[in-house]
Design a protein around this ligand. Structure first.
Ligand SMILES: [Zn+2]
Ligand SMILES: [Zn+2]
Length: 290
């Protein structure tokens, strides 16, 4: 086990980058061959800006947290911190518990960034994307990325997951986020069965609707069970996938929602309390920019 841990700790960046590039390439080709919807803005513009943000976030994370989440898991286990380090559980069971528990925390975190107005401002950067494709899956404001990492550290300290579970979790989360944001056409029967175990693009697209009650649904990233269990599941968008509008109501200035510098500035635009999760019905009278 220590050899595997050493390998992971020494090669974490390469392992994650290889999966990222491999899955990104597969989804990009799939989007090209069988797109679900027509894009509203040029793909070159979208990709240049969204991927620009991804590179910036990767750089900031490496700078702030060079040992990353796997480093925290190794440190926690050396210290004997965390629930799973207290008990003598088989490694396989510990890995399964860890991956499922960390996915649940991500679900709760996602609900939280929608519920708290100041955090919604950060998360708006993800939702303000006017289209929904593989690059949307990694489009987050740097402050939200840092917040996510701190929540992950806290989870690791309390849970004490094996190092291998953390890298598996991160690869799965990265892969499923790219998959379920992809603008790909999936057979509807396949989608129906797949979404019993995995969040599908049609399931997550509902969450990117401009309509508040649809946005406040389907918070899961990998496992679809949390939404079903906690009452936030919504099967399909009211307007259908072809007609639904993606983004945030009234946020359509390309300088703010498409260009990289606008995305970085977006959290600081408008009044702080202009949004709350408890607004579950659509009201076109509300001016979100106030
Ligand atoms: Zn969201
Ligand atoms: Zn999303």
């Amino acid at each position: 086990m220590t050899e595997i841990n050493d390998f992971i700790l020494n090669n974490e960046a390469v392992i994650r980058l290889s999966f990222f590039l491999g899955i990104f390439a597969v989804m990009a080709v799939w989007e090209f061959i069988a797109p679900r919807r027509a894009l509203t803005v040029s793909k070159v513009m979208r990709w240049a800006n969204n991927l620009g943000l991804v590179f910036l976030n990767t750089f900031i994370l490496r700078l702030l947290f060079p040992a990353a989440a796997v480093g925290m898991a190794a440190f926690s286990s050396e210290q004997g911190w965390g629930l799973l380090n207290y008990y003598d559980i088989s490694p396989l069971v510990a890995v399964i518990i860890s991956v499922v528990a960390m996915d649940f925390i991500i679900y709760l975190q996602h609900v939280m960034v929608h519920a708290i107005p100041a955090l919604w401002r950060l998360h708006r950067v993800h939702h303000a994307d006017l289209d929904f494709d593989v690059t949307t899956g990694a489009r987050f404001h740097p402050i939200e990325i840092i917040l996510s990492m701190l929540i992950k550290f806290a989870t690791i300290i309390l849970l004490g997951p094996p190092v291998v579970a953390v890298v598996i979790f991160e690869v799965i989360l990265n892969a499923t986020a790219m998959f379920n944001h992809s603008n790909v056409r999936l057979n509807l029967v396949v989608d129906k069965w797949l979404r019993l175990f995995l969040v599908t693009p049609d399931m997550h697209r509902v969450h990117h609707s401009v309509e508040d009650d649809e946005t406040n649904s389907n918070f899961g990233f990998s496992l679809p069970w949390w939404d079903r269990l906690f009452g936030t599941y919504r099967d399909q968008p009211r307007g259908g996938h072809d007609n639904m509008i993606i983004g945030i109501h009234t946020y359509n200035d390309p300088k703010l929602v498409l260009w990289l510098h606008g995305m970085l500035w977006l959290p600081f635009v408008g009044r702080i309390n202009s949004y709350a999760i408890n607004r579950r019905s659509w009201n076109s009278e509300i001016d979100y920019n106030e």
